[in-house]
Design a protein around this ligand. Structure first.
Ligand SMILES: O=C(O)CCC(=O)C(=O)O
Ligand SMILES: [Fe+2]
Length: 325
């Protein structure tokens, strides 16, 4: 088993002159427009136009990751944002519209992730904004949402309560915080007794909706196995706080969940996101978390932008819209 001190599965370093060239292309394509006036489809179309301007190595590595993930289910790109670009104050909410140079960062993030499929968001999450801000929010410090800070954001996959949850998510860091480590654990690194794995592969669990979603009425609990898929590329659906055995008396299932939580901590990969880091993870094969950090709420707090990606053209066409309900 790999030691827990690993920092990432795969890294791509973007050179300063490459980042400057891409940023210049962002400027040309934006052409002084307010990108917030574009529809989500128009925004993604524009991001697609930016993609050919990305460094060839970035494009090659993203396609390789999508096809074979040869170096693992998490990929980290570093140095995507030029050092001399300044960003506005950290957004005040996940759904706050990007302004000024932050619009360019959102476009850049989308130009990379669009190589994996269709960027989307649910109408129920953060006002359905395509690019969301992962920022601390006052009063939300101890929640199990991206708005938390002094509280640990525990192990989860994005939106396990939906069977059409995203295939990938991309996180671009505009402003880092030295104490906040993003943590990842890959399903393929999980080592458990065969009988525990067998329990986790049975649909003996159900998951509650993520509290970050604004949902009408009672959403039914989704019944699911925690582990699925092939042995060589296993899939995982996990949310430490919102998942439980369907049967309260199912001690075997509860025990398997405990063993899994312990194992995830052992195989965790940690990375402190710095400005210009773009982290992409496979939401079907990786669970993630974030360690506590202090928020000042003064415009200088940690700021990541996130997009979620649907890798299936079929699912995307079924939704019939980029912001499905
Ligand atoms: O802030 C991070 O590193 C991850 C945030 C996250 O996982 C979330 O908002 O769901
Ligand atoms: Fe998350």
């Amino acid at each position: 088993m790999e030691p827990a001190t690993k920092t990432s599965t795969s890294q791509v370093r973007i050179q300063p002159h490459e980042a400057a060239e891409v940023w210049a292309a962002v400027g040309r394509l934006t052409d002084n427009r307010d990108l917030d006036t574009l529809t989500p489809d128009e925004f993604v179309d524009l991001a697609n136009e930016l993609t050919p301007h990305l460094p060839a190595d970035v494009r090659r590595r993203v396609v390789e990751y999508r096809r074979y993930a040869p170096d693992g289910d998490v990929v980290l790109m570093r140095g995507l944002l030029p050092e001399d670009v300044t960003f506005p104050r950290t957004a005040a909410a996940p759904w706050a519209p990007a302004t000024g140079t932050a619009q360019g960062a959102a476009l850049l993030l989308t130009s990379v992730t669009v190589m994996l499929g269709e960027p989307f968001n649910y109408a129920s999450l953060y006002d359905g904004r395509l690019v969301q801000n992962m920022v601390p929010v006052r009063g939300m410090e101890f929640t199990q949402t991206s708005q938390s800070s002094v509280g640990m954001l525990d192990w989860h996959c994005e939106d396990s309560f939906r069977d059409d949850r995203c295939d990938y998510a991309g996180l671009l860091c505009l402003r880092g915080d030295g104490s906040a480590a993003s943590r990842y654990a890959q399903a393929k690194d999980v080592r458990l007794a065969p009988e525990t794995v067998a329990v986790l592969r049975e649909p003996r669990f159900h998951v509650r909706p993520d509290p970050a979603h604004v949902l009408p009425g009672q959403t039914p609990l989704r019944r699911l196995p925690i582990l699925s898929g092939s042995k060589s590329a296993p899939e995982i659906a996990y949310d430490m706080h919102h998942l439980a055995p369907i049967d309260d008396a199912d001690a075997e299932a509860a025990g398997a969940l405990r063993d899994l939580a312990e194992c995830l901590n052992k195989v965790a990969i940690s990375h402190v996101m710095e400005r210009g880091d773009l982290l992409i993870f496979d939401n079907k094969r990786v669970v993630h978390a974030r360690t506590p950090f202090d928020a000042r709420f003064d415009g200088t707090d940690r700021w990541l932008m996130r997009t979620m990606i649907c890798g299936s053209a079929l699912t995307f066409r079924r939704w019939g819209q980029r912001i499905p309900v």
